[in-house]
Ligand binder design. Sequence first.
Ligand SMILES: Cc1ncc(COP(=O)(O)O)c(C=O)c1O
Length: 317
Amino acid sequence: MIPIPQYPLYSAALAFNNCHAVRYELDADDDWAVDVAAMGRTVDEERAKGVDVRALVVINPGNPTGSCLTEANIQDILKLAHEKRLVVMADEVYQRNIYHPDQRPFISFKKVLRDFGKSGNVEEKELANQVELVSFHSISKGVSGECGRRGGYFELTNMDPKVEAQVYKMASVNLCPPLQGQIGVDLLVRPPKEGEPSYALWKEETEGIHETLKKRSQKMADQFAKLPGVKCGEAQGALYLFPEITLPPKAIEAAKKEERKPDLYYCLRLLDATGICVVPGSGFGKQPGPNGECFLRTTVLAKETDEFIQRFGDFHK
Ligand SMILES: Cc1ncc(COP(=O)(O)O)c(C=O)c1O
């Protein structure tokens, strides 16, 4: 099962491995939370059709949504996974990119699973030892690395020992990642500690980067929300905004003439007119709605935020 909107490598990996993608919709009106009851119904419906639903991917914090799931939402997902016997694949690569750690902290699936183990409730205790979980992390979204260095890890919790043995075997036949990636992973899992020589600089740079990204994200969200026909909530984390834009009938007509989806049409026109490159929501599985509602994803990585906002706004108007 994959979320919609989703990071597109999931649908691509499923297609590559000849697997069937079962989609579950994230709720745009509820901070892109997972509607767990609807997810449960989807599992039942797909199984009734003969689809052997095995695993469930959750991206938290979300790409492209910028959402950060609440503890209650994660608990419900784990309970559902237990009930339906699904492996949970928690993509937590944006765990350090959190904008409001006090109000909406990042909580890992593993922590929530372990906390169930401390519960007085027998079922919850059982769940803690039974739900099979794969947690993913990467050096590419933080400060200890970047995309091109290729470093990351996944951790298995409660995995069937026979499956784990196969995973080890498969990992062992691969050669090592590049040395820089390995160093990046080491830095990721063992950052400098207070009292160590690099601690002060590491803290200053790390906090500086995160603060900058947060400010840019807030500024961009504010400005998007002021544009006519645009809805954009504040992101809680990750590196993205995912505004909804309602296009007028003339734009939809023009897109039709070019045989393009309206969101792609808009993104290409934006690129031509301004040099700004954003990704159409349909690239993340979020298709344009019947009344011209489209999504697009933009990152908060570029340092020219003010210029971006200005040019985007001029184009949009
Ligand atoms: C949700 C999500 N998972 C995984 C990745 C892949 O990260 P890596 O750079 O480690 O391949 C990305 C990269 O954009 C991502 O957005």
